[in-house]
Design a protein around this ligand. Structure first.
Ligand code: EPU
Length: 419
């Protein structure tokens, strides 16, 4: 038996949607919380499967975890640094943040290779180089990393690629290290600022997050704190694209517009009518939209996580659009699913040419990864008939209450178990 989502197409969406706390911030904030020596309360936690997996890992580490609506209270006071060789570690990518956090706190960690969406090769060599630069020795044996340091000492680390994961992991490993760590060519994503903010509230000394040079001066003690997560810019972007595709008039609330400027400027170029407020975006549908070219880049460039949902919209616009993904050259599996639904897309290495407008038809399709799932939900709304989406666990890993949010916008969506 497997769970599928069925979605009826051809409906116009209207109403409001409230954006949840950022998934990619949350999945780093939870491991970061174990660096404290007292309870950390995180507010605005999205109800997604990745959070359940990380909570499961916390419990393996004997960390006290209490959930109360969107509050997560993490108390690492009685924590034990046990080996993380359980399968739950491979259920998501972000389990790798326990490497930096456990190394930072105990000078030792043993854990399985993390999993996550397949988007082409996703090495973690920069994380490892960072740990080594701080004085750790790293061994890899039969699918498990053992990382050990008698003492962690601050160092200057230049990242060959501005990696989100490596930047956060090195920050966490360095908070208790002796002296100053400098990360050069650091990633600048808003989620990195959110993690640095949490660490500083706990008592760390992290400066420069959000720029490409971050300094961390080691401290001896970190305490508990209270932290509210930033809104999810990728969820916001997904709903804005959905509104441009099939909304009559839709308001997306709890948004930091600055975080999605690369998207909103592209949508404006296409001809989408956007009213950008302080913490909301109102989208009004225009009948004729124009083709655009998009190249994904690290923040503040166009997010790779949004090129997949955007592809569904581009099947409906006049002319040929080009998407080039410079972060993940193989992140185009959603195009094969869209083709099954009638889209006219030509694929080449690292890019897609989408010829529009084309009529889409409901079909059986597969969410090959999280954002492919988001793309298929939008395509399903645009299509004639019913679209049946398989492997929906990918969607549930990253979109909080997606069924409820869609239903409140007028979408006919439901789940079924099939053989
Ligand atoms: N890279 C390396 N070596 C490393 C690390 C990264 O070569 O050690 C390469 C990657 O292969 C990729 C590029 O550097 O080509 C950027 O990867 P990055 O490390 O920035 O990505 P990540 O930390 O693994 C996060 C998000 C992804 C998002 C990317 C890019 C989390 C948990 N994941 O991944 O989110 O696509 O940054 O913005 O924060 C998603 O939400 O759907 C998702 C996949």
């Amino acid at each position: 038996m497997q769970e599928v989502i069925k979605i009826e197409g051809g409906k116009t969406l209207h109403g409001e949607v409230q954006i949840s706390g950022s998934k990619n911030a949350t999945v780093a904030l939870i491991p970061a919380a174990i660096l404290a020596n007292g309870p950390v309360t995180i507010v605005g936690v999205p109800g997604i499967a990745d959070v359940s997996s990380l909570s499961e890992i916390l419990r393996i580490l004997n960390v006290d975890v209490n959930e109360d609506n969107d509050h997560l209270i993490i108390d690492p006071t009685n924590m034990k640094n046990v080996d993380l060789d359980q399968d739950v570690v491979t259920r998501l990518r972000a389990s790798y943040y326990f490497m930096g956090a456990l190394l930072g706190k105990y000078g030792h960690v043993r854990m399985k290779m993390p999993g996550g969406c397949y988007l082409g090769p996703r090495p973690i060599d920069l994380h490892i180089k960072g740990f080594e630069a701080l004085g750790a020795q790293v061994e890899y044996d039969r699918g498990c990393y053992t990382i050990h340091a008698d003492e962690l000492v601050g160092n200057k680390i230049f990242l060959d690629i501005a990696s989100v994961g490596a930047t956060i992991n090195i920050m966490m490993a360095a908070v208790y290290a002796h002296g100053r760590t400098t990360i050069e060519n650091a990633a600048k994503e808003p989620e990195i600022i959110d993690v640095a903010t949490l660490l500083n509230k706990m008592g760390a000394n992290v400066k420069g997050a959000g720029t490409n040079v971050i300094t961390i001066d080691g401290v001896n003690h970190l305490g508990g704190c209270f932290h509210e997560i930033i809104p999810d810019r990728i969820e916001a972007g997904t709903f804005i694209i959905m509104a441009a595709a099939c909304g009559e008039e839709m308001r997306i609330n709890n948004v930091i517009p600055k975080h999605i400027e690369a998207l909103t400027s592209k949508l404006t170029e296409m001809g989408v009518d956007l009213e950008i407020g302080v913490d909301s975006v109102v989208v009004r549908r225009k009948e004729i939209l124009h083709a655009i070219d998009v190249k994904t880049k690290p923040y503040p460039g166009f997010a790779t996580d949004l090129q997949q949902p955007l592809t569904a919209l581009l099947t409906q616009v006049e002319g040929t659009s080009e998407i080039v993904d410079t972060i993940y050259s193989e992140r185009f599996k959603h195009c094969l699913e869209l083709q099954r639904m009638g889209a006219n897309i030509e694929l080449s290495q690292g890019s897609a040419h989408i010829v529009g407008p084309t009529k889409l038809y409901g079909d059986k399709v597969t969410a090959t990864d999280l954002r492919c799932g988001a793309c298929l939900l939008i395509a399903g709304l645009l299509a004639e008939g019913v679209t049946e989406i398989h492997d929906v666990y990918h969607i549930d890993r990253g979109y909080d209450d997606i069924d409820g949010k869609l239903k409140r916008l007028g979408v006919k969506v439901y789940r079924e178990y099939i053989d």
